[in-house]
Design a protein around this ligand. Structure first.
Ligand SMILES: Cc1ncc(COP(=O)(O)O)c(C=O)c1O
Length: 440
């Protein structure tokens, strides 16, 4: 059934130019494998694999089956003082996949919730250890940590913060981004310049005294801001400075976990072990909303004191450990393993990089960035209309070329399926090129 104007009018869409969209809606009706289908049955190649979520493709039969059978068996059970088999099994499986030492898994429903949970755990940890002066939180310019107040405050995307600047949580500082067009434009993978920027953390520690800082949160590869990979040695340096000052290091791996950069976790790929890892998206292949926070044993242990009848962490969500989401998560982890998905992603990354970098030299392109299966093409903004060229590229790619890409202002973002076929990718990028050639 075609959507009606009244239906469109009733829906306030997230991160969308609502008025523009509703004049010219792009409606997806179904999906299968690497394609969406619109209401006319038109096949649309999903070059963003959901929203960095759906690495193994849409409607994977194994995940669909797991969800269908779970919902018919146990549709919901609360997770406060009772539990269900699937969430216990998933906690065990996810910690088994995580780097050594990550023995505890706390379930949420989204990346934003994972981030706010992680920040609260970091604060609670220091307090439980009798170090209650450690209250300051450090983020990074251009970081994206979701949209709740904690994540927004440690985040560094101006547009997301601007309207709330008087209401951001107090006690937050930011270190600089490693993004630098002059130094790093068109780097393939990790850019050479910028490891020294980790020393900003020393500066913040000197300013406030490190003993007042609870945690630093960074994305190992910044994603939503338009793919900013770390320079070699940068994450290691952050780890060293955190260790020197007793600051917890949180890796926000909502995008980078579960194969997106060819490994289970970015912590493994970069060989840097944080204290806390936040995840969501690929945990269930995007099929059912779910996130997880993974913590090292010593953090959990710090909370386990006082009377055993006492709740140790006054935090949780109605849908934490939802059995249907957990069933989707378990089936997703099975698919990752049985179909060697992370290995496929790793094998694809060089061809993906080559395809992206064919845009170097295009007259509308000012940078190309990539790491793993995360890619960005940054367009020169139109004078007086920042973001317009990016949005037009997204719309025309959808309508004229039947490809979904995401634009964050003038940065086109690409998140191919972890099991993409390289010929399909090449064809999709031909479509992107035709659009870029013809737009103003
Ligand atoms: C690194 C990171 N953290 C947090 C989030 C927020 O996740 P959600 O949209 O599921 O709340 C995202 C979403 O893209 C993300 O990329």
């Amino acid at each position: 059934m075609p959507v009606t104007q009244e239906q469109l009018d009733a829906y306030w869409m997230p991160f969308t130019s609502n008025r523009d969209f509703k004049k010219d809606p792009r409606i997806i009706e179904s999906a299968n494998g690497h394609y969406y289908y619109d209401q006319n049955g038109q096949k649309i190649y999903d070059l963003f694999s959901g929203l960095w979520t759906t690495g193994v493709g849409h409607c994977h039969p194994k995940i669909v089956e797991a969800v269908q059978s779970q919902v018919a068996k146990l549709d919901y059970s609360m997770s406060f003082q009772v539990s269900n088999e699937k969430s216990l099994e998933l906690a065990h499986r996810v910690t088994g996949l995580a780097p050594d030492g990550f023995t505890q898994c706390f379930f949420t429903n989204s990346g934003s919730e994972s981030v706010d949970t992680a920040l609260k755990i970091a604060l609670g940890y220091h307090r439980a250890k009798g170090d209650a002066s450690r209250t300051r939180l450090i983020g990074r310019e251009r970081g994206y940590h979701g949209v709740n107040f904690g994540g927004m405050s440690v985040g560094g995307i101006i547009a997301n913060r601007k309207a709330f600047s008087a209401n951001l949580i107090p006690g937050v500082d930011h270190i600089r981004t490693t993004f630098n067009l002059q130094k790093n434009a068109f780097s393939r993978g990790m850019p050479k310049w910028g490891a020294h920027l980790a020393d900003d953390l020393e500066g913040v520690a000197a300013l406030h005294d490190g003993s007042n800082i609870a945690a630093l949160i960074v994305e190992p590869v910044a994603g939503s801001t338009g793919v900013i990979p770390p320079p070699p040695g940068y994450l290691q340096r952050l780890r060293e400075i955190c260790d020197r000052h007793g600051i917890l290091l949180i890796f926000d791996e909502v995008i980078t976990a579960f194969g997106r950069i060819g490994s289970s976790f970015a912590a493994e790929r970069f060989d840097v072990k944080p204290d806390i890892i936040t995840t969501a998206k690929g945990l269930t292949n995007g099929v059912i909303p779910m996130g997880a926070v993974l913590v090292q044993q010593h953090i959990y242990d710090a909370f386990m004191q006082g009377p055993e009848s006492m709740v140790e962490l006054f935090h949780g969500y109605t849908y934490s450990g939802h059995p249907v989401a957990a069933a989707a998560g378990l089936a997703t982890l099975d698919v990752y393993k049985e179909e060697n998905i992370f290995e496929q992603a790793l094998a694809l990354e060089k061809s993906f990089e080559d395809l992206l970098h064919t845009f170097k030299g295009h007259d509308k392109v000012i940078d190309v960035r990539n790491f793993g299966l995360m890619g960005a093409i940054e367009l020169a903004p139109r004078t007086d209309a920042p973001g317009a060229r990016g949005l037009e590229t997204h719309k025309r790619a959808f309508v004229e070329e039947n490809i979904v890409i995401r634009n964050g202002m003038d940065i086109l973002q690409f998140s191919p399926f972890l099991n993409s076929n390289i010929d399909d990718l090449a064809k999709a990028f031909d479509g992107v090129r035709r659009v870029l050639d013809s737009i103003k």
